[in-house]
Design a protein around this ligand. Structure first.
Ligand code: HEM
Length: 223
């Protein structure tokens, strides 16, 4: 039955060569931990991607219950934690995943650095990686405010003061992010939009670029 559906679509779209091209692509021996155990460091990028996917999926479910206004935000998170089936688990995955993905990304960056993989011809992918790094930090900072409890409120005040200390542009950046003169209702809706729409959209574009460049240039090494 599935085979028939697959064949029906494939006859019309001829998509088998597209996924075969990815599936049949051989992993070089020097990055395969099954050949050399120390090659596990080459898995860090893929693991970062795996956690990123978990963040996107768990975040999609959290958005179904979260209410981005200062009167209801905290209560909506509390409701999700205590009343919704699997709510606590899904929120826990998103919460811990947010830290884990930064750790994993950092390990991946260390691998790239210590194997010298940022050198020619891969400088562009290092720069794309740096942009991804800032987007991930931005996702962490904007997500932190969303539960709208004391911790997130005061942490965001500190973050915005740091933004404020940027030479010349600081006050403009702070006001743009804050959406007014205080951390309040506008800040929360702004951070929500940035967290669930702007940054994920930019992240996906950057990741597509990251992977296309890797595919084009091949993985670096052997050392
Ligand atoms: C969400 C974050 C990121 C994901 C999901 C990701 C994913 C990947 C993957 C799957 C690879 C293939 C090799 C491997 O797995 O080690 C790779 C390679 C690479 N990444 Fe990332 N990456 C991320 C962030 C970064 C950052 C922050 C940098 C550096 C600033 C970076 C720079 C590079 C470079 C230069 C390569 C090519 C390395 C080589 O050919 O050996 N990436 N990335």
């Amino acid at each position: 039955m599935f085979k028939n559906v697959y064949n029906w679509i494939d006859e019309r779209l001829d998509f088998t060569p597209i996924w075969r091209d990815v599936a049949d692509h051989e992993v070089p021996e020097h990055v395969n931990p099954a050949h050399h155990f120390s090659a596990f460091v080459y898995c860090f990028g893929g693991l970062t991607f795996f956690i990123t996917i978990i963040q996107i999926l768990s975040g999609m479910f959290l958005t179904m219950y979260y209410v981005p206004d200062i009167k209801n935000a905290y209560a909506s998170v509390e409701y999700l934690q205590t009343q919704v089936a699997f709510g606590q688990i899904v929120r826990g995955m998103h919460h811990w995943g947010a830290s884990l993905v930064i750790v994993m990304m950092f390990l991946h960056t260390l691998r790239v650095f210590f194997t010298g993989s940022y050198k020619a011809p891969r400088e562009m992918n290092w720069v794309v990686g740096m942009l991804i790094f800032f987007v991930m930090i931005g996702l962490g900072l904007t997500g932190y405010l969303l539960p709208w409890d004391n911790k997130s409120y005061f942490a965001t005040k500190v973050t915005l003061e740091i933004a404020n200390s940027v030479p010349v542009l600081g006050p403009v950046i702070k006001e743009l992010l804050q959406g007014g003169t205080i951390v309040g209702a506008e800040t929360l809706t702004r951070f929500f939009a940035i967290h669930v729409f702007f940054l994920p959209a930019v992240l996906l574009l950057l990741l597509v670029g990251h992977f296309l460049i890797i595919r084009k240039q091949g993985i670096s090494g052997p050392l």
